[in-house]
Design a protein around this ligand. Structure first.
Ligand code: ZN
Length: 88
């Protein structure tokens, strides 16, 4: 009988360690790098301007580019590539 209790304790310990591990190490790179204001998920529907063609579009539909530590969004891959060519 005590052996069953031992296994139950072991299982609960395993569950506790697993949940602790997940809460500490399962942070995705988006959350770690995006702690600045305005980069929260509720701003995903925000209208932002394409820095290349100056058009406005919802951020979540944009093409993401990380340049100089800044997050840039473009309306299309074409604009992203166009912007990149201006940097060179
Ligand atoms: Zn564009």
């Amino acid at each position: 009988m005590s052996r069953i209790i031992f296994f139950i304790m072991l299982y609960l310990l395993y569950r506790a360690i697993k949940s602790w591990y997940l809460s500490n190490f399962s942070t995705d790179p988006e959350k770690v790098s995006g702690k600045k204001e305005g980069s929260r998920e509720d701003s995903a529907d925000l209208m932002i301007q394409d820095p290349y063609c100056k058009i406005y579009f919802p951020r979540r539909e944009g093409v993401h580019l990380k340049a100089d530590g800044r997050d840039l969004y473009f309306c299309s891959e074409k604009c992203k590539n166009g912007y990149l060519s201006t940097l060179k």
